[in-house]
Design a protein. Structure first.
Length: 335
């Protein structure tokens, strides 16, 4: 008699068949403290997709300077936006996941989220899905415009975990949705709602997360995808060329980054007599430190100190129903 006769379905192979829908976001410290921020930044800034500097040199800079100085400063900023239930990014991503789970209600579909850096980690959530019987994964990184340091890094983390699995799942990885019609419609709807409430501004600023210009020359499509998103949005809004501008925020270090820079543009607009601006960040699916502190607060101060009078930030799509519906329709064909 074969020695394999004793294998039963309780040992796993016949208990699989579920689909895991995995939302992937950037991440957040566990608490607004210097220690938590240091742990988070150490993981984030050690990613070679994020900082493309020779590793030995960068580790000396990171551990010798940055992680000694920056955590306390960043923690103070996190404290300004921290909520009772944690960071805005965490609570918003949880709300998005809950709504998506309700829309995809099915015994054979598992919906969860992970953070590329920090908790819940990619490894933890994928292994949890494995225990739940998932053998097909639909991964949706919440970055509308593909970039190697964001979407590419999310793929790296997913792949790294899967290299340790004996039985690999089938995987569908959604790498961009910068021109998805429902995403564009949701952005347009959020902007129109602001215009209806506050009036049409003199200038709509569409500010995207910054990237080193070098990335573009090396073949990263991020800049082009941002410009496509802008074009599709302003076409639907019916804006003329002098009624909007595309900018890039959050540059770091001395290298040249994609431009024009958001803060410098806001200062120049105010000095040129533009008194009323609205700013939206299409690259962010969830509000976070970068939108709530840098854009909502710091850049408001830049604009107003230069002579601007009316400044408003249009919130990210977050857990708006039309945003969730877009996610449903992105993942559903692969379920």
């Amino acid at each position: 008699m074969s020695k394999f006769v004793g294998i039963t379905k309780e040992q796993g192979h016949q208990q699989r068949g579920k689909v895991g829908v995995l939302l992937m976001n950037l991440g957040t410290p566990d608490a607004p403290t210097a220690a938590s921020v240091r742990t988070y930044l150490a993981e984030f800034l050690s990613d070679p997709r994020v900082v493309e500097i020779p590793k030995l040199l960068w580790m000396l800079i990171l551990h010798g300077i940055i992680l000694r100085v920056r955590p306390a400063k960043s923690a103070a900023l996190y404290k300004e936006i921290w909520q009772q239930d944690g960071s805005p990014l965490m609570s918003i991503t949880q709300a998005q996941t809950d709504k998506l789970r309700n829309r995809l209600a099915n015994d054979n579909v598992v919906v969860d989220f992970c953070m590329r850096y920090g908790n819940p980690s990619v490894d933890t959530v994928l292994n949890k899905m494995h225990q739940q019987g998932v053998d097909k994964i639909v991964a949706l990184p919440l970055y509308p415009q593909y970039a190697a340091p964001t979407t590419g890094s999310a793929f790296d983390a997913l792949s790294k975990t899967l290299t340790k699995w004996r039985f690999l799942p089938s995987v569908h990885f959604i790498n961009t949705y910068h021109d998805n019609s429902e995403y564009i419609d949701a952005l347009v709807s959020s902007i129109k709602a602001d215009f209806d409430k506050h009036g049409k501004p003199q200038k709509l600023v569409l500010s995207y997360h910054g990237m080193p210009e070098r990335n573009l020359h090396l073949g990263d499509p991020y800049y082009c995808y941002c410009k496509i998103t802008t074009r599709l949005v302003v076409e639907k809004l019916g804006l003329t060329d002098d009624e909007y501008i595309t900018t890039f925020q959050s540059r770091f270090g001395k290298a040249k980054w994609l431009g024009p820079y958001t803060d410098a543009t806001l200062e120049a607009l105010a000095k040129d007599g533009v008194k009323d601006v609205a700013i939206v960040c299409p690259a962010f699916s969830s509000d976070c430190l970068e939108t709530l502190e840098e854009i909502e607060s710091e850049n408001r101060e830049v604009f107003e100190q230069a002579g601007g009078e009316k400044y408003r930030y249009i919130a990210a799509l977050n857990d708006r129903d039309d945003h969730i519906e877009m996610m449903v329709n992105l993942v559903k064909p692969h379920i």
